[in-house]
Design a protein around this ligand. Structure first.
Ligand code: UDP
Ligand code: MG
Length: 324
């Protein structure tokens, strides 16, 4: 199987027929070696029936249906796990990501890239609010996180089998797929495209879902917020020093209420200590968190031909101990 196409769908009965039609055209050059995997993310409309109809029409279109709505990223993951192709193309069901860009992505990959992601040059038919929040979200995320997650990209991309396997080898439960591909490494490149308006239906990302998505992304790829307390404690130390000068100055120069100086100093000193200990706790919690993800430490990209493989040869058998 050369190519798999993965599409997560949640209540997309209206977009599906057109999606299947445009996809079929886009994958025509690889048609005999391609599959389309539509993932029904627990839809409550006729999405599943539309998938069955599409499969009856063209057997290379397969549908899988989740038992309940698990969210875009999980549905996408389910599709990626089901994919059998050497190259995997993923896009949204609402045709905001044009399938027609596939041949360009394929030729980029022929040149040796492992991930060709779509970069949104323009967004049509989306609210100013969505555009503004998305703009700041990707910049904020990049400033905070430890991996370089390409700005203004979605999950619209073509990936190689080894890049996909790397992501599937990451067992974490909070799945921010585009970030996981960024973390996986390998050679990656962006391809600009114009994001169209939805062909039908409405966005499945209301504000609440957007916020959850954003927090998943931030917490999934950064423990820096946990270090915030440490930074604050330095600030607090600085303020304590200033305060100390002020307090002693006042003690000498003016008549202050008895106990005022010691109280003020104690308050600022101990709040600093509290912040510092919170920061130390944060360091441990952050490490615990990263450890629980159990991500592989690295993925191999290349090796020269004749290096020995891993040293997991069986140990030489020990002869029976001579007891005579
Ligand atoms: N989606 C999904 N499960 C959900 C929400 C969305 O599978 O719980 C799918 C949806 O059908 C679409 C893609 O994820 O194919 C992106 O969703 P949407 O277009 O609503 O997001 P937007 O483009 O507005 O950010
Ligand atoms: Mg959309």
């Amino acid at each position: 199987m050369k190519l798999s196409v993965v599409v997560p769908c949640f209540n997309e009965e209206e977009s599906l027929p057109l999606l299947v039609e445009r996809l079929t055209q886009a994958i025509a050059p690889w048609a005999d070696q391609a599959e389309v995997i539509l993932v029904d993310d627990g839809s409550s409309d006729g999405t599943w029936e539309a998938m069955e109809a599409a499969h009856a029409n063209a057997p290379q279109v397969r549908g899988i249906r989740l038992s309940a709505n698990r969210g875009h990223q999980v549905a996408l993951t389910a599709g990626l796990e089901a994919a059998r192709g050497e190259r995997i193309f993923m896009l949204d069901a609402d045709l905001q990501d044009p399938p027609e860009i596939l041949p360009d992505m394929m030729s980029m990959m022929d040149r040796g890239y492992d991930v060709v992601y779509g970069r949104r040059a323009k967004r049509h038919g989306e609210t100013v609010f969505k555009k503004v929040t998305a703009f700041f979200f990707y910049r904020f995320l990049n400033a905070l996180s430890d991996v370089d997650i390409p700005k203004d990209t979605g999950d619209f991309r073509l990936v190689s089998r080894r890049a996909l396997n790397a992501v599937l080898d990451m067992p974490e439960r909070t799945r921010f797929v585009r970030g996981m591909f960024a973390w996986a490494g390998y050679r990656q490149i962006g391809l600009e495209y114009v994001r169209d308006a939805r062909v039908a239906g409405e966005t499945k990302y209301p504000l609440k879902a957007m916020l959850r998505f954003a927090t998943d992304a931030l917490t999934g790829f950064s423990i820096r917020p946990l270090r915030f307390a440490t930074r604050l404690s330095f600030l607090s130390l600085f303020v304590t020093l200033l305060m100390g000068g002020y307090v002693f100055g006042s003690l000498i120069l003016f008549n202050t209420a008895p106990g005022w100086a010691s109280m003020l100093l104690a308050i600022s000193f101990f709040s600093g200590i509290q912040l510092l200990t919170l920061g130390i706790l944060g360091e441990y919690v952050g490490r615990l968190y990263m450890e629980t993800k159990r991500r592989p430490l690295y993925f191999l990209e290349q090796e020269t031909g004749d290096l020995p493989q891993r040293l997991d040869m069986p140990l030489p058998e020990l002869g029976e101990k001579d007891v005579s």
